[in-house]
Design a protein around this ligand. Sequence first.
Ligand SMILES: [Zn+2]
Length: 1035
Amino acid sequence: MGTENQGYPNFPARPTSSPFAAAPPPGVPPQSGGPATGSETGFRPFQPAASQPTRPFTPSGPPVAPSVGPMRPVQSPLVSQIPGNRPPPPSANSFPSTPYGPPGGGSFQRFPAPPFPAAQNPPRGPPPTQTLAGHLSPPMSIRPQQPMAPVTMGPPPQSMPSGPPGANAFPPPADSHMAARPGFQQSMPPVNPSYPGGVGSQPSFPGYPSKQVLQAPPMPFQSVSQGPPSTVSQYPPGGFAQHPNLAAQQNMHPSYAPPTSNVQGLTEDFNSLSLSSIPGSLEPGLDRNSFPRPLDGDVKPNSFAETYPMNCHSRYLRLTTSAIPNSQSLASRWHLPLGAVVCPLAETPEGEEVPLIDFGSMGIIRCRRCRTYVNPYVNFTDSGRKWRCNICSMLNDVPGEYFSHLDATGRRMDMDQRPELTKGSVEIIAPTEYMVRPPMPPIYFFLIDVSISASKSGMLEVVAQTIKSCLDNLPGYPRTQIGFITYDSTLHFYNMKSSLSQPQMMVVSDLDDIFVPLPDDLLVNLSESRNVVEAFLDSLPLMFQDNVNVESAFGPALRAAFMVMNQLGGKLLIFQNSLPSLGAGRLKLRGDDPRIYGTDKEYTLRVAEDPFYKQMAADCTKFQIGINVYAFSDKYTDIASLGTLAKYTGGQVYYYPGFQSSVHGDKLRHELARDLTRETAWEAVMRIRCGKGIRFSSYHGNFMLRSTDLLALPAVDCDKAYAMQLSLEETLLTTPTVYFQVALLYTASCGERRIRVHTAVAPVVADLGEMYRQADTGSIVSVYTRLAIEKSLSAKLDDARNAIQLKIVKALREYRNLHAVQHRLGSRLIYPESLKFLPLYGLAISKSTPLQGGPADASLDERCAAGFTMMALPVKKLLKLLYPNLFRVDEWLSKPSADQDDLKDVVRRLPLAAESLDSRGLYIYDDGFRLVLWFGRMLSPDIAKNLLGADFAAELSRVTLQEQENGMSKKLMRLINKVRENDPSYHPMCFLVRQGEQPREGFLLLRNLIEDQMGGSSGYVDWIMQLHRQIQQNA
Ligand SMILES: [Zn+2]
C-alpha cells in the first residue's frame, strides 16, 4: 500500500508525459485525451508515445499481416473451419464489411503493455513475435500486435516484493506532500471550518457517546481519583503498565476507565467442569448437558467496545485477546495465538455505513514518520498546532487548513464535524498521489470449459444465463468491462466489438505458443457492447450442446486470459469441469492410493504439484488479477492445484462436485450472482499497523504478501477475512495501550481511489489472568483454523489435529496453574468464561472437512476445496460452519400461529448430538453451506404429506423440496428462505433425508454431529476427558 509505505523509493516513477487525471467522479468515465472516439469511451486515458497506425481491414482473401517491428507475418492463410462437430458460430455471416478497426482512424489508446516478467515459465518472446496458429473463423485479417510502446510507467518488477507495475499503490515520499503544504498559518485560522468534500453540513453524530462527555482538565493520572469503576472494567491492580502519558490518553477517550482493585473478582472468575466422578472413562453419571455449547452462535466480547467506544466495530477487527501482554515472557505463557482477524469490508447494517471523508486540497492527514492516518486517538497539542501520533508518538504539524482551536479541555472545537476524529472506521478519498495510473474500471473476465461434461451437466447453460441476468447489476456502470474465452482441446476467443451485431469466434489450436488474436476487442466495455455480449451468452450453450470433446486445455486458456487481462487487471472467473489435460499445467490423477496417508508424503496430495499454478497466481496478483475458481466435476479435478490460483490472488474456490443443473443449478445461480454483484474493491493492498514494540509477524488467508507486511488483494469483498499473528519485539512494553490501524487502499467500482481505515486500541496488561479474561474465542478459533489448515499442507492430518489439541492443553494448563495456588481444584477442569467454548471448537476444527479422519472420510478434492474456503471466512461464518445450527421445526410448523415467523423463536439451537434427535420430529441442520432436513421415522405422516406432497413416502434422495399448496409447506419455505437471506454469502442447498436411510443419513447428518463419537474420532465427552488428563500431566 504504497503510500503507506516507507519503501516508496523502490517504486517505479510516474510517467512524466502523462499528467494524472484526477479520479473521475462516480459514474463518469475518465475522459480520453485523444480524439473523440465515440465507441471507445472505455478506459483508455493514456496517450501512448507512438500512436498505433491504422490498418485497413481486408475482408476476404489471405490476410495481409504486415511486419511491424518484431511481428512475424502470419504464415498461412487463415481458413474458415469449424473444428470437430461444432456448429458454425452465429457470427459466421454477420461480419461487417466496413473497415475494421477503431473508428476515427485507429486512435486506440492503451496502456503500454508491460513486458512479461523475465521469470515467465517457460521462457518466451514478447507476444508480437508469436504467430496465430490454428484456425480463425470466419476468415479475417489479424491486426498485428504493435511493438511495445515505451513503458512510461516504469519497468515492471521482476519479483513480487518490488511491487507490481501499474499497481495503484505508490505513495509520494513521506514528506513530499507535507512539504508542499503551505506553512502553518499563525493568524486567524478558521475557527469552525466547514467540512470539505460534501460532509460539510453533516451534523454532529447523534448517539455517539464520547463526544458529549465533558472533559476534566488534564491532570496527572491517579487511579483512585477516577471514580467508580465501570462495570466492564475489572482490571487487576498492576494489570496496566502505567505511563505518564495516560492523562492525555484519558482526554482522548473519556469513557476509558482505569484498572480498579478487584482481587476477589479475579480469583473467582473461572468456570469449571467437575470430572471427578469419571476417572478415565465416560460414566453414566456424567452430566453431559452441563458442557458448554455455543447455542447462541458467535458471542462477541463486548467489553472492548464499551471501554473504547471509538474503536472500530468488531465486524472489521477482532483481537484474539483485548489485553495485550506487556512482556515477551507474559506472551509466552498465554499459549493461545496472539493476533487478530480482519474483515476490512464487512457488510454494515443499514444506518451504520462507514463515513466518507475528503480532505480535499489539504491532503490526507497522516503521521510524517509512520504514516498512520489521523484517527480518534491522536492528540492535539500546542493550541491545536501540533498533533501527536498515537502509534509512534511523533509530534506532527497540523496543516493550516486543518487547524482548529482547542477548547478548555484540549478538545478540538470542530470535533463534531470530523468523523475521522470520532469514528473508528472511515473511508478516505485518495488523491492522485495514491495512484500510478487512473483507477481501473471493474473488469470481469470469464474462462469457461465447454468440453462434453460442461455442456451435458447443464453448467454451461446456468453460467450463461446467470451472467446475462447480472449484466445490469455488475458494479461500475458505465465503465465495467467484460470478456470471455472458452476452451476444450482448443481455445476460443470472442470478438465483442460494439460495432458487431454478433460475437465473432476465433479458434486457436496451438497450445504451446499462445497468441491472442485481436487483443483490443476481447475485453470490451459492457455498456457499449451490451448487445454483442447478450447475443454471445444466449448462443453459448447452443454452440457447444453437441460438443463431444473431452479434453481440457486449461493451462493454455489461463495464459491466454492472463494475456488479455494483464494491462488492466480485474476479476477472472474460471469454470472448470474436468482435470486439465492438455498443454502447460496439465495435471494427473493422484491421491487414489490410500497408502500414502499416514506417511511423510501425505501432505503433497494437498498442495499443487506443478509450479505452473503458483507461478500463474503470482503473475496474476502482480497484474491486479484476482481469480475465483468454480469446479464442477464428479471426478478428481485436483482442486489442490486449481485452488492455488484463488489462494494467491485473494480469490475463492466454489466447488460443486458432480454438478447437475437440476440439482445444483440454484446454488450456482445464487453464488455466481453474489460473486458478480457484490461490491468489490479493486487493485487493493492492505496493511495493518500497530504501536511500537509489537509487530504482526505472520498472515493467514488467501492473498499474496508483497513485502513483509503488505497484503496484495487484486479484488476483495465483504466475504473475505484475514488472520494475523502478533509478536512482541521488545522484552517489555512501557505504554499503557497499544493501537492498531488497518488500512485498505483500493479502487472503488465507481472509479474513486479510497482508503478504508479501521482504528482500535487495547490496553497493555501485566497480568495473565486479564489476558484470558479478555480473550475472544471467535478470533482465536479463526486463527487456529487457518493455522491447522496450513499445517495440513506440510504435515500429516494427524499432526495438524494434534497441534490444535496441544495448544488448547497448554493454554488451559497455564490457566489452571494461575489458580491452583489459591484453590483446591481437584479433578475439575477449569477455564475462563471467555474461553468456555474453545475446547468444543477445537474438537470441531479437527472434525472439519479439511482436517477430519483419513482418506475414507472426505475426498481429496472436497478436503482441499473446504480448506481454501475456510481460509477466507469471516469469524461468524466460520464458527457456524464449525458448530452448525440444529433445530427442530415440526412443532412450530404444526402451530396455528402460522405467520409468526420470528426466526429467533424457531431457530433454537440444539446440541450437535444424536440424542438431540427425536424420531417424532423434523429437524433442520444448517452449516451455512447446506441445509439438511431430517425426517424422523415416527414423524406424523400428515406433516410429511404436507411438505412433500405425493412424494411423502418415497426415498428422500429422489425428492426435492418444493412448495406445496398448503400453509405448512409455505411456512417451511419461508423459513428456509429467511435462513438463506440472513447469510447470502453462500446459498445452502437443501437435502432431505429420512431417519435410517443409510448411508445418506450418516453422510449428510450423523457424521456432522460433532459431539458424538464417530469412527475413530472423539466425541465431546472423550475430548474433554483427554484434554483434562493432559492438562493434569505435569501440572
Ligand atoms: Zn506515527
